[in-house]
Design a protein around this ligand. Structure first.
Ligand code: AMP
Ligand code: MG
Length: 428
């Protein structure tokens, strides 16, 4: 047997980062940036208001307070997406909506809550008074705000509620460096910069096979000796969850020629392949034999439980992860070998699951066998940190306990962990 660290090092030694390609920003989430992104234009592109209210000249409101209000003439309305037709003069205000550009001449915004309409339209456009006795037509009145006046109840400093141009990003600023993992929020920034595509390391296409004569797909009644294929749906989901592109390659029989043909026909479509079953010491473990014949195989007995047998190699340059067949073993083997290695292919710096130190709320016992055990546990966070309990049966065929688990407790060789003692947990 070799140690887990040695096995992981053997895998990682051969793994290379996939080439960079241009990808639509909508498809780039989770991918790793391969270019420096800079802002070609300022964001926001123009000074605009952060509030609904009135654009004013701050010195018109000097000394103003609730008990000493002042009135300004309302000379227009600026919606988001519009621009003022003229500059603001002394004694004037323009109704302005969040995101609308600040008119020339204005240097502050007073929010609508600190104002009262004296005559004319309210913010909703409803006419609530009329003291205009000029005899002008409705359209003339509309153009200058309808003789509307606004009573301001507070003074405002210069720049009040104004978001200057370039306040988020200045033109020319470097926004993201290569190596950045793109999140939904990065996609938002790229969109705000007008980017439609971005240069990233390609999302790996990962093919998944099951192997075994006993496997049945679908709901039919099982014949004696048959079981249902659960590994392929599990692994395809784990692949998708990790941010890789899953390719379902079906079930292969325990037959040298069928496995060879299956691997050969899919290898060109895949950046990596995952098989389950057929890598142990049994008479029908053909995956191992095919890979030894066709490719460059590293067959390992890793000092872990579950998931001791593991095969890793390259078929025409494509990495192949030969995971063991037992359902829990294949999932754990995916976690320990395939997931980190394929994340590395994506250029991801964060290839490892988070580990926490937790208190065992019940004994997590085991027997001494020279292996590190990965027990399926339920981890919860309390005020004093993480606590774990067993998630159920620990057999490598007991998939239900894996489904109930959200972590793998890493139990070093020995008798296990007594209740109240600490254990490292890998959070899934
Ligand atoms: P193997 O590694 O092929 O010797 O398989 C080990 C155990 O895992 C056997 O009990 C198989 O029946 C079981 N097994 C293998 N492949 C699958 C699969 N795709 N789904 C569920 N169980 C499987
Ligand atoms: Mg088998």
């Amino acid at each position: 047997m070799i140690s887990l660290e040695d096995a992981q090092a053997r895998v990682n030694a051969g793994i290379e980062i996939l080439p960079a390609v241009d990808v639509a920003i909508a498809d780039a989430r989770g991918l790793v940036l391969a270019e420096e992104v800079s802002a070609l234009e300022a964001i926001p592109p123009f000074a605009n208001t952060a509030m609904d209210g009135f654009a004013v000249r701050a010195d018109d409101l000097e000394g103003v307070a609730t008990d000493r209000p002042t009135e300004l003439r309302v000379v227009g309305t600026i919606a988001a997406g519009a621009v003022a037709e003229r500059a603001l003069e002394r004694g004037e205000a323009m109704r302005i909506m969040t995101g609308a550009p600040i008119p020339e001449g204005a240097d502050a915004v007073i929010m609508v809550e600190l104002t009262e309409i004296v005559a004319g339209k309210t913010m909703n456009g409803i006419v609530d008074g009329d003291d205009d006795e000029s005899g002008r037509s409705d359209s003339e009145r509309e153009n200058d705000g309808g003789g509307e006046r606004v009573r301001c109840l507070a003074a405002v400093p210069v720049g009040n509620h104004i978001r200057p141009a370039g306040d988020d990003l200045g033109a020319g600023a470097v926004v993201f460096e290569p190596g950045e993992v793109l999140s939904a929020h990065h996609i938002g920034v790229l969109a705000s910069l007008g980017r439609e595509t971005v240069l990233v390391h390609r999302r790996p296409k990962v093919g998944v096979f099951s192997t075994g004569d006993e496997l049945v797909v679908g709901p039919q009644v099982l014949a004696p000796g048959q079981i249902r294929d659960s590994n392929r749906p599990t692994l395809l989901s784990l692949v998708a969850e990790a941010g890789f592109e899953p390719i379902d390659l079906g079930v292969l029989r325990d037959d040298f020629d069928e496995i060879e043909a299956g691997l050969r026909s899919a290898v060109e479509r895949c950046d990596a392949m995952i098989t389950s079953g057929g890598v142990s010491m049994g008479d029908f473990d053909f995956v191992k034999r095919v890979l030894m014949t066709l490719g460059d195989l590293n067959w390992m007995q890793v000092a872990i439980k579950p998931a001791k047998p593991f095969a890793f190699g390259f078929l025409f340059g494509t990495p192949i992860f030969g995971l063991p067949g037992n359902p829990v073993s294949s999932a754990v083997s995916f976690e320990l070998f395939a997931r980190p290695a394929i994340l590395k292919m994506m250029g991801r710096p964060d290839t490892q699951r988070i580990q926490e130190s937790a208190i065992a709320d019940e004994p997590l016992l085991r027997s001494k066998d020279g292996k590190t055990h990965f027990q399926r546990v339920r981890a919860v966070q309390h005020g004093d940190g993480w606590h774990v309990r067993s998630a159920g049966g620990q057999g490598s065929h007991q998939l239900a306990a894996l489904a109930a688990a959200n972590g793998l407790a890493i139990i070093p060789d020995g008798d296990g962990i007594q209740a109240g003692n600490r254990v490292q947990v890998m959070l899934l």
